[in-house]
Design a binder for this molecule. Sequence first.
Ligand SMILES: Cc1cc2nc3c(=O)[nH]c(=O)nc-3n(C[C@H](O)[C@H](O)[C@H](O)COP(=O)(O)O)c2cc1C
Length: 433
Amino acid sequence: MTTPIHFGFFSSFSPPAWQAGSDRMYGSDWWSGEYHARLAQRAEDANFDFMFFEDTAAVSTTVGGSIDMDLRYALSAPKNDPVALLSYLAGQTTRLGLIATASTTLYPPFLLARLYSTIDNLSRGRAGWNIVTSSENESAQNFGLDALPPTNERYEIAEEFLEVVRALWNSWDEDAVVRDQENNVYTDPTKVRAIDHLGKHFKVRGPLNSLPSPQRTPVFAQAGGSPRGRDFAAQNAELIMSTTIGGVEAMKAFREDIHGRMKKFGRDPKECKVMYATHLYVAESRADFRSSITDSQLLSVLGKHSAHLGVDLNQFPLDEPFPQDVVANGTTSMVESLKDKGRRGQSLRDAIIDFNWGDDELGLVGPASDVAQNLVSAMEEAGGDGYIIMATQDANESHLSGIFDGVVPELKRLGAMRTDYSGNTLRENLFAF
Ligand SMILES: Cc1cc2nc3c(=O)[nH]c(=O)nc-3n(C[C@H](O)[C@H](O)[C@H](O)COP(=O)(O)O)c2cc1C
């Protein structure tokens, strides 16, 4: 028997099974919200701590220089707004935490503070915010910018953004709403105040015009990879996410680095959960699974990662190591990881298969009992607070069933996954152990 760790479910408000090898029309009515509602209910029945939605805000031209590839392979579009989806899921679930991504480079802080406060109220305290600064110029160009500001400046803006939204969420005292019928007072005006923020990037009067929510602030999730991004996460986040790419050593190094940075900022490492996003696949064997990957699958997967990295991966030979002189435009840490795999002689094909279908190093492709045991062993070795299981464009019934009917019962049998919710809010559940 082992101690329980936390599990999140990583999704996207976009077509689910489009890159799967079979059953590609599974969840084809995704835009109605029904597919994700069913998925959220399944995740809740399985006692996942939360469901997490990634987001970007553009039809990308990164691959091939026009929007053609992005649309053709459903890489980053179509994608509907996950913040809106959370309102729907709030009514379709009762215990599951609900985390959506929103960018500090693109949102005005007042709008974001009001939205997440509303969702936290609708879900009775289950809202989380994945704080990103965005990685694509095309997204910036949809919001009046010519290009994304450089990384350091994006995080400087994000710092001020957090200052503003925190002030807005605190602009109402907990007991401001009195609903005093006798004296005809709904809200006590002495308990609500303007914030009068005037900074380098934002000018916001306040107060917020929505009332405090059960958690008051959504759970802050962040996944900075660069040194500046990690500092930002270590200073502010309650949930810091990385990936399992690079195996146990990289996971361990990430966690130690984050804990070191937290201490530097005067925070106790216990104030933040470190979780690793990972793919896993239930199959007879890894070899079986690898040989089932079709060329058309590989092509669209390469396109998907190109869009994410800001580098057109289709220009490099598939069966040679990734070149060392590539400069990242988007997610720098993933490009560095590809280079590292290249240095070790791994072909781009194998590196991308690992990226997309679960890194061999952890042994997360195979029979459900092996996958569960390997998840547990890696966590014991690396340290860390849990995993975020990713199932996005490859999610069809057989894949999902492998997770929910295969790996989850095995994790529970091992004592590695909770069997009930202990708290009412996302924060309570996340910090229950
Ligand atoms: C689990 C995980 C989820 C992420 N989700 C998003 C997302 O939804 N949108 C986004 O623009 N970036 C997302 N990112 C990227 C990070 O926010 C961050 O930009 C990236 O790790 C690079 O770090 P840097 O910004 O410090 O360079 C995610 C990263 C990870 C590891």
